[in-house]
Design a protein around this ligand. Structure first.
Ligand code: GLU
Length: 289
């Protein structure tokens, strides 16, 4: 039985970029005859905006996107993350790290002569124990040297050696907050998620999440990572760069503009019900036949 989910962070109302993800995950679940869950990822409390969760749920309802079951909130799931952390700890797979960002950048620079673009793999400074006098700040997951391979339903076959490209990564941050990577793996497993549909900005997190799931002996959902909606300068639309909230006064127009980003051709719907009927059939024809 298919179980999908939409997992917005409540840092503001939905914009076109997050709506495209919501629409695609909803269509994928409905086309598969499955369930579609909504999970509010409010674990990063400094970035959560009060009331944004309610606003997002209202926006989804106004567009005719009804979710199954209760909405989960990550802020209510801290005991589950603690439990997973303890499981990893008992297996010797976590260790405290005393490094600051600055020190990590300096040691990567010393080892490579330059700072690579994008992600800087953690050089493993605290892997064999904290240097004397060092205080633990964050906690890292001890990554195995294997290459993680998976198939992405949009992007095709993927492979990432997490040890080389990311290094041991943080699962509990220096501010005490559980890292997104740990929370998402624990929640996806506990909610029985079989299929993840989300934006391509998270494609590079998938190998990390699979590595964690494997260490926790949890199943790994199938994944589909959608192209990101970008602004005129090629930047991902985001709340941080001021993407406007979607217009729910004109739901059909808003849905049609999100649909166009999925590249599955035009629809002739003239009301919400027709839109969902046609869009679900088109999605099913493309991905399930
Ligand atoms: N909460 C994440 C976001 O809003 C999505 C997480 C996920 O789908 O795994 O970008």
């Amino acid at each position: 039985m298919y179980v999908g989910r939409f997992a917005p962070s409540p840092s503001g109302p939905l914009h076109l970029g997050s709506l495209v993800v919501a629409v695609a995950s909803f269509l994928d679940a409905r086309a598969a005859g499955g369930r579609w869950l909504v999970r509010i990822e409010d674990i990063d409390t400094p970035r959560s905006v009060a009331g944004a969760d309610k606003l997002i749920l209202q926006q989804l309802s106004a567009l005719g996107m009804t979710w199954d079951g209760d909405v989960w909130y990550q802020s209510e799931r801290l005991a589950a993350y603690e439990h997973a952390f303890e499981t990893l700890q008992a297996k010797g797979l976590v260790y405290p790290c005393g490094c600051t960002r600055r020190e990590i950048a300096d040691s990567v620079l010393a080892a490579h002569g330059r700072l690579p673009d994008g992600e800087r793999p953690y050089p493993g400074t605290c892997r064999d124990g904290l240097a004397p006098g060092r205080k633990p700040k964050s906690w890292r997951f001890r990554v195995l040297p294997d290459t993680v391979r998976f198939h992405d339903r949009w992007c095709g076959d993927q492979a990432q050696c997490v040890a080389e490209q990311v290094g041991d990564f943080v699962i509990r941050r220096a501010d005490g907050i559980w890292a997104y990577q740990l929370a998402v793996v624990v929640d996806d497993a506990e909610q029985g998620i079989t299929d993840i549909v989300r934006g391509q900005d998270l494609l590079s997190s998938t190998a990390r999440q699979r590595a964690l799931a494997q260490a926790l002996e949890l199943p790994t959902p199938s994944v589909m990572h959608l192209p990101l909606v970008t602004d005129g300068q090629g930047l991902k639309l985001s709340k941080q760069n001021g993407a406007p909230a979607i217009d729910t006064n004109n739901p059909l127009k808003t849905l049609v503009s999100a649909w166009q980003y999925l590249g599955l051709g035009d629809l002739s719907a003239s009301n919400l019900e027709q839109f969902w009927g046609e869009a679900t059939a088109r999605w099913a024809g493309h991905f399930y036949e």
